[in-house]
Design a protein around this ligand. Structure first.
Ligand code: MF3
Ligand code: CO
Ligand code: CO
Length: 278
């Protein structure tokens, strides 16, 4: 990779500069991304009916710390948990709780971010509990996974963030689902939420032109019904306004000289549900 580190302006997005990272930073991102993905692998066999999201959160924190990491969400803007666990019509930022037990038929997203040696790795996956998951919920999970990957596959130097968003939106809307507008992917690296803003909808050719060394997440939230969301009184939990199911997957990626590197692949091969051991 070239060692050109001139930042690029995130026009029409955050308006801030988009940092360009060199090979050393990519190596550190690889380590942080792998620990985040390992953390989801670790929790996978524990995700079953009867377990509380609070228990899962404690197991996530312990695993990160045992491997030299720190949960990035702990104390972040007043958030007090080590993960976000969003069940059924919860879109994102579901707060783990001992009172929230998983039940047969639930679909859920577990989102973890770990800080390792100063770098952030951020990834989330969907899980489905038992045999009674609604057909629409299963289809929503499959479409959201495919939409995320359509976005990742559009990442290469010279492509734009509009190309990425358009690829995601096309897959979601072809299935008659909708893309959440109020939350976006984000630049990442030495900070949790950096420029650029990564919309999961858009028009081809518009937005930031991608260049080698950019690091960001792709994390589409797709609703089975309408795209509107609302935040509950706890200040965090986001739900679909029409109470329809919502799904999300997230990878942390970097733009390379000839395409894209995904830092958060599952070491256990648990990238796409159903997971072998779950
Ligand atoms: N991990 C989330 C993301 O993908 C952010 C969670 S912030 C929290 O950006 F405070 F809600 F945990
Ligand atoms: Co993220
Ligand atoms: Co995340």
């Amino acid at each position: 990779m070239k060692d050109e580190r001139t930042p690029h302006l995130d026009k029409g997005g955050t308006g801030r500069l988009v940092p360009i990272h060199g090979a050393d930073d990519f190596a550190r991102m690889r380590a942080a991304g792998q620990l985040a993905a390992m953390t989801l692998d670790h929790v996978t066999p524990l995700v079953r009916a009867g377990v509380s999201t609070g228990e899962l959160d404690r197991s996530i924190e312990a695993f990160m710390r045992e491997h030299g990491g720190v949960p990035a969400t702990l104390g972040y803007r007043g958030y007090t948990k080590s993960s976000c666990i969003s069940v059924n019509h919860v879109v994102n930022h579901g707060i783990p709780s001992d009172d929230k037990k998983l039940a047969d038929g639930d679909i859920l997203n577990i989102d973890v971010t770990v800080i390792l040696a100063g770098f952030y790795g951020d990834t989330s996956r969907m899980f489905a509990i038992g045999e009674r998951v609604p057909v629409k919920g299963q289809r929503l999970i499959d479409v959201t996974f495919d939409a995320m990957w359509a976005g990742i596959d559009a990442v290469r130097p010279g492509a734009t963030l509009g190309d990425v968003g358009h690829a995601i939106q096309t897959v979601a809307e072809a299935a008659r689902f909708s893309v959440v507008r109020d939350f976006v992917g984000h630049g990442i690296g030495r900070v949790f939420h950096d420029a650029p803003e990564v919309r999961h909808y858009g028009r081809p050719g518009e937005g930031l032109v991608l260049a080698p060394g950019m690091l960001f997440t792709i994390e589409p939230m797709i609703n089975a019904g309408r795209h509107e969301v609302k935040i509950l009184k706890d200040g965090w939990t986001t739900v679909t306004r029409d109470r329809s199911l919502s799904a999300q997957f997230e990878h942390t990626v970097g733009v390379t000289d000839d395409g894209c590197e995904v830092f958060t692949h599952s070491p256990m091969g648990f990238d796409r549900p159903p997971y072998a051991s779950a």
